[in-house]
Ligand binder design. Sequence first.
Ligand code: NAI
Ligand code: MG
Length: 399
Amino acid sequence: TRRTIVAMPGDGIGKVVLNETIRILNSAGFEADYEEGDIGWEFWCKEGNPLPKRTIELLKKHKIGLFGAITSKPKDDAANELAPALQNKGLVYSSPIVGLRQYFNLDICIRPCKTYKGNPLNFIRRGKGGAIEEPIVDVVIFRQNTEGLYGGVEWSNPDNIVYAALTSHPKFVKNFGSVPREDLSISTRIFTRTGTTRILMAAFGYAKKNGYKSVTLCEKPNVIRETSGMMFKLAQEIQKKKFPEIELWNTNIDAQMMWLTKNPENYGVIVAGNMFGDIVSDGFAGLIGGLGFACSAQMSDEGIAVFEPTHGSAPKYADYPVSIVNPIAMVESACMMLEYLEEKEVAARIRKAVAEVIEEGKVQTYDMMKMTGSADVLANGAASTQQMADVIIEKLKTK
Ligand code: NAI
Ligand code: MG
């Protein structure tokens, strides 16, 4: 059966990376139709809604989305021209990708970070006798995507009820004394048992299915007792009752950030709440080449899944006459989609083509050449986004 994918390019470089990725999917023989879903700053300016209802309806119907990137804040006032008018109407811009996550409860976020052989951006370290080593990173991070510090429950200068609740907490009295409410800004870190259990189950289930021997919980349970502490307790229960063959490792986010630069090869599946999951996934992404390589999937309980690179819209490059950014993060995200759809053979062929292109090293985007992004990088030998996609397509023909 032919599938329909909701293609949501968004803003800036989101458009070009998605476009080139669809070209690669077509060349690889993945049979699908694409319906374009409007999302982003552009639609806020045009119609006062960055996530139009029609896009929600498209996703409800087709269930699978490929998303480029959006601009959360415009780069200059010119782009902002319409916004004051909209704000005068009482409309406030809020990030449509966060909106999408909340609307469909895309609470499971998966971010794999795997080393490509020959990537000049790979992390290296010194081993015994000063020898240079290039450890192979093969980590999949499971990040709770809707709760915690990103749940949006926040106050500045809190009202009576909130202030009364705070000042009745013994720790508040002890640590903050009689601080006046005007002096307070508060962001809550709310974990639910349901949300926490779901991300833990997803992580353990993935580890079991894919032959990883351990799951590492990366939180801070000895300090953040109620939230991290609950997650740790639930992790222990789930491991004991449902996944006795898989080890549970418990690390603290701060120590983990150090260890990932010392021995990243020791880690397999990592699970964390929203904020720490965000941090640890960017940390590991840095070891395998950074934003040009970091892909992700987000999924709900109800079979809605959206696949996207973790980078943003990079507005400063969006207006270049020829696009220079690396499409691989988007291509890898599409491979995650293919695997989700059980199109494993197509996914494997694309991954292999990408791996060979990287290993040969003849065609590299500016980031892979350690250049600073600018319009001249092409004159200095960097490949454009389209040239990178072209060479992947050429490679696919040999697969
Ligand atoms: P960004 O990820 O757009 O870009 C940061 C820098 O990373 C770029 O200037 C570029 O040097 C590099 N980079 C990003 N993607 C690359 C690629 N594919 N190839 C090569 N280099 C790449 O982050 P920034 O500049 O902080 O944010 C720009 C806009 O994007 C903001 O409005 C931000 O809110 C939004 N954003 C959206 C996200 C999303 O849609 N999921 C995620 C992150 C940021
Ligand atoms: Mg991030």
